[in-house]
Write a protein that binds this ligand. Structure first.
Ligand code: B12
Length: 210
């Protein structure tokens, strides 16, 4: 059996070769994809804690993030089902000024797996781009991610811009480590989810609500 602690450790030290190898091994051993993903996300929690404690700096966070991304890419086909007609179109992006995209990518992946058509706008996305893309793709849902306390306030601009554009069919949901349900309500968003798995149920719920 693949050693998931070794996967966490490999991502933590930014060792892409080891991280991708253990991921492949875990898949070959038939391990549950969500358990494998859990070992990867714990690494990012450890990395964040070490950064906060001043033990590591941005370059180290970046190499860990790269190892995580490559490993997630291997896991993606197992998490995403394909084939059937999408239920609706969703737009997703990280808010302006914010370059964190790992969590947003996981939400996009889970949404694709749930059979939504997902247009991923990437990171550092301005409110007017969310509006333009939602209109262009006739989207029912806009997902906004933020990882910084300084950028999460920009989520309100996205909500306000969508409302001001008269896109009454579009629901806006938000997420990211510093975001809470209270904050989501405060900025007038239609919903919040703490992780990628619950983001699926949230999306269905807010879209079904009207
Ligand atoms: C990797 C990382 C980076 C990488 C990002 C690489 C990349 N491509 O994403 C790099 C090195 C670039 C980086 C840079 C910076 N970072 Co940084 N980073 C992190 C780190 C270690 C991990 C983030 C991560 O990927 N987590 C794993 C994912 C899976 O979790 P997640 O993003 O929370 O997503 C989940 C949920 O929140 C939710 N979710 C997320 N988005 C959405 C959206 C919707 C719609 C929904 C419903 C749900 C949802 O679902 C996801 C999956 O379950 C965190 C620490 C941490 N543990 O969060 C710090 C952290 C976020 N960074 C931090 C800081 C300070 C910075 C910098 C300012 C550092 C600097 N001095 O330059 C810069 C900012 C650059 C910028 N303008 O954005 C701080 C933020 C502090 C704060 N409260 O504001 C943190 C918390 C580190 C710390 N402990 O101090 N960082």
């Amino acid at each position: 059996m693949a050693d998931l602690a070794a996967l966490t450790a490999a991502i933590e030290r930014g060792d892409r070769a080891a991280a991708t190898e253990v991921t492949r091994q875990a898949i070959a051993d038939g391990m549950d994809p969500e358990t494998i993903l859990g070992a990867m996300t714990s690494a990012m929690e450890i990395v964040g804690g070490r950064f906060q404690a001043g033990e590591i700096y941005v370059p180290e966070m970046l190499i860990s993030a790269r190892a995580m991304k490559e490993s997630v890419a291997i896991l993606e086909p197992l998490l995403v089902d394909s084939g059937v007609r999408p239920e609706f179109t969703a737009i997703i992006g990280t808010v302006k000024g914010d370059l964190h995209d790992i969590g947003k990518n996981l939400v996009a992946m889970m949404w694709r797996g749930a059979n939504f058509e997902v247009i991923d706008l990437g990171a550092n996305v301005a409110p007017e781009v969310f509006v333009a893309k939602a209109r262009e793709h006739n989207a029912r849902l806009v997902g906004v991610s933020a990882l910084l306390t300084t950028t999460m306030v920009g989520m309100k601009d996205v909500v306000d811009s969508i409302r001001a554009a008269g896109l009454t069919d579009v629901r806006v949901v938000v997420g990211g480590a510093p975001v809470t349900a209270e904050f989501a309500a405060q900025i007038g968003a239609d919903g919040y989810a703490p992780d990628a798995a619950s983001a699926v149920a949230l999306a269905r719920r807010v879209v079904a609500a009207g």
